[in-house]
Ligand binder design. Structure first.
Ligand code: 3PG
Length: 216
């Protein structure tokens, strides 16, 4: 897949699903009810992180059991992780950072990939290889909207999915930035709620995030 095609595919996904819950899941059995709660609340995209042993199998369970979900694999930090994303049929992959090996693996495995960046140098390493849709991480600790606005000056064609420190209180201002195509965060489905099976609380938070998006 060309980098233009990968970017177009990512932008089309984020146009229908601009709020992406970042999920850390400990039990595979929680995956399908969690995804159903998010979808009932109006959020179709999820980032299932590889931070736990259950992450990959959880992403697979959602891909099999909840076909309307748009499943991204997150915390992709090695080429092998990228290979896993392709193998299970993930719609996209994300990383908190970027290495040239990871960018190459995305090309090799034909995977729409959102690399993580925080600096102009990292952004350059991505854009020179055709990756123009990036995760700004960790968005709030790294300088928030002021930092993203400053990066946007020299990189006007780049689009961002910021994550890290985004929540119900600040999501609207992030989504209002013209270069932001999606935002991610763990506040919608925190690990403690997943552990407790608090599906209606997760659904309610998803609903209010989805409604916020409609107002912007
Ligand atoms: C991520 O991996 O994108 C972040 O851990 C999400 O950050 P948050 O927990 O501050 O939402």
């Amino acid at each position: 897949m060309s980098s233009d095609k990968a970017r177009a595919r990512l932008e089309a996904m984020f146009a229908v699903a601009p709020v992406v819950p970042v999920i850390t899941i400990e039990k595979v059995d929680d995956a399908v009810p969690l995804a159903r709660a998010l979808i009932a609340g109006g959020l179709r995209a999820v980032e299932i992180t590889l931070r736990t042993d259950a992450g990959l199998a959880a992403a697979e369970a959602i891909l099999r059991g909840v076909p309307e979900a748009i499943v991204g694999l997150g915390t992709v930090v090695t080429p092998d992780d990228m290979k896993s994303a392709a193998k299970i049929g993930a719609a996209f992959a994300l990383s908190p950072g970027m290495t040239t090996d990871l960018l190459q693996a995305a090309v090799d495995f034909d995977m729409p990939f959102v690399p993580g960046i925080q600096t102009a140098s990292e952004l350059l390493a991505c854009t020179t290889r055709g990756f123009e849709l990036v995760k700004f991480f960790p968005a709030v600790p790294a300088g928030g909207l002021a930092a993203l606005g400053a990066l946007s000056g020299p990189f006007p064609t780049v689009r961002y999915c910021p994550t890290g420190g985004i929540n119900e209180a600040n999501i609207a201002e992030w989504l209002a930035h013209p270069q932001v195509v999606a935002v991610g965060g763990s506040w919608i489905a925190p690990a403690s709620d997943i552990r407790a099976g608090a599906w209606s609380a997760i659904e309610a938070r998803a609903r209010s995030a989805a409604a916020l998006r409609r107002r912007t």
